[in-house]
Design a protein around this ligand. Structure first.
Ligand SMILES: *Cc1c(COP(=O)(O)O)cnc(C)c1O
Length: 393
């Protein structure tokens, strides 16, 4: 075995994958049962019911056996028919990126695009649907993680639903960290995963599917069957008396089970509150220290990610490397168009704890000051973060 060249970080304050909860790690070590063992079949149905409870959905969820990119690609392949016109809402790297999959499966992708530090205006969606009434499906990313911004999915959902189109939502990095229920926002295909705000390792996709989406997928002759990309094959897989299309990820299901117990026992409102408070304290500290946020306003800033603009003349990759070397703190980079322009602090699952705000601010400001950025005020940053935290105590 080769010797590791780097020690493990002390704080992984990333935007996914994130640190797993200790109870999740213990669950991953449960015995790996045969998938047709009656105990596992019953367990899989129970876990599916817990997902449904967390989704507060009328329909049973689908669990796909691969990290959430599988869920998103499967959604495009299954829901979009050859003749469909699709409206893709692009306010960031993930939202824009969905068009790449959509184009493979449908006739035309229409786009509304805004700068990546802004969010989609619901009125622009209404206007586009009026101009192009043949639009059948609208795709939106709720929290575009590489920007740390939140799209108004509930308003968009109302408009799309009223138009009679179907809504596909990427809620991978928002679900579990803030209030977002698939049925409430009129999401027909809602894709999330356990590896962000639920505090699990990557390895599964969690889908909520409306009756209208099931009907559309079943009527779509191109929707995959007997494929890793198939959603249809998994429709009844939650039932203990039905076969699996192929072997489920037994250990990941055990981890998800523990994460859902933590989420439901703590109470979703309490979980969302600590995500929001950690993000608010972080934003207050970042601003007071003399740094700038990436989102155009605090109102559209995510409660699960704080994206900080990189000061002029700083190499962002070096900044993250130095924060890790000096303090053992790991942040996330931007991606695609935001790469190099911002550094991200994750508040997801186990790291959505307010005390991580002063830790993140200290590591970030400490590193930038050491790299020669003048005029930053660490003391003011920590004081401002603590004022937000202490306000609620
Ligand atoms: C994390 C994430 C995904 C899944 O992508 P990976 O980076 O491969 O895990 C999809 N959409 C959003 C918005 C995400 O944050």
């Amino acid at each position: 075995m080769s010797k590791p060249t780097q020690t493990d970080p002390i704080f992984t304050l990333t935007t996914g994958p994130v640190d797993s909860y200790p109870a999740v790690l213990r669950a991953l070590a449960r015995p790996v049962l045969y998938d047709y063992d009656p105990a596992f079949l019953e367990h899989y149905e129970n876990v599916s019911r817990k997902v449904q409870k967390a989704f507060a959905s009328r329909t049973m969820p689908v669990i796909l056996q691969g990290e959430p990119v599988l869920g998103l690609e499967a959604a495009a392949a299954s829901l979009l028919a050859r003749e469909d016109v699709v409206l893709n809402l692009a306010s960031g790297v993930y939202g824009a990126g969905f068009a790449g999959w959509a184009k493979r499966y449908c006739a035309e992708v229409v786009e509304i695009r805004v700068p990546y530090n802004e969010v989609i205006d619901p009125q622009s969606v209404a206007d586009m649907l009026k101009a192009r009434p043949e639009i059948r499906v609208v795709a939106v990313c709720h929290h575009d993680t590489p920007s740390g911004t939140i799209n108004p999915v509930a308003e968009i959902g109302r408009i799309v639903h009223a138009h009679g189109a179907l809504l596909l939502v990427d809620a991978v990095s928002s679900f579990g960290g803030m209030e977002v229920y698939p049925d409430t926002i009129h999401a027909d295909l809602f894709v999330t995963g356990p590896n962000k705000c639920l505090g699990c390792p990557p390895g599964l996709s969690l889908l909520s599917v409306s009756d209208a989406a099931w009907a559309k997928m079943k009527a779509n002759p191109a929707a995959p069957r007997a494929s890793m990309l198939s959603i249809l094959d998994w429709e009844d897989a939650w039932r203990a008396d039905r076969p699996f299309p192929f072997t489920p990820s037994v250990a990941e299901i055990n981890g998800l089970d523990a994460a859902l117990d933590l989420y439901l026992d703590e109470g979703p409102e309490n979980v969302w509150r600590r995500h929001a408070l950690t993000a608010e304290a972080t934003r207050a500290g970042i601003l007071a220290a003399g740094l700038k946020l990436w989102p155009a306003s605090e109102a559209i800033s995510s409660p699960t990610t704080t994206a900080v603009r990189v000061p002029e003349g700083i190499d962002e990759a070096v900044l993250r490397k130095e924060a890790r070397r000096r303090y053992g703190v790991v942040f996330s980079s931007g991606r695609g168009e935001t790469l190099g322009k911002l550094t991200r602090i994750g508040h997801m699952g186990p790291t959505a704890r307010p005390i991580y705000a002063p830790i993140a601010i200290t590591a970030l400001v400490g590193t930038l000051s050491a790299m020669g950025v003048a005029g930053l005020d660490l003391g003011a940053g920590v004081t401002a973060a603590m004022a937000v935290i202490d306000r609620d105590l």
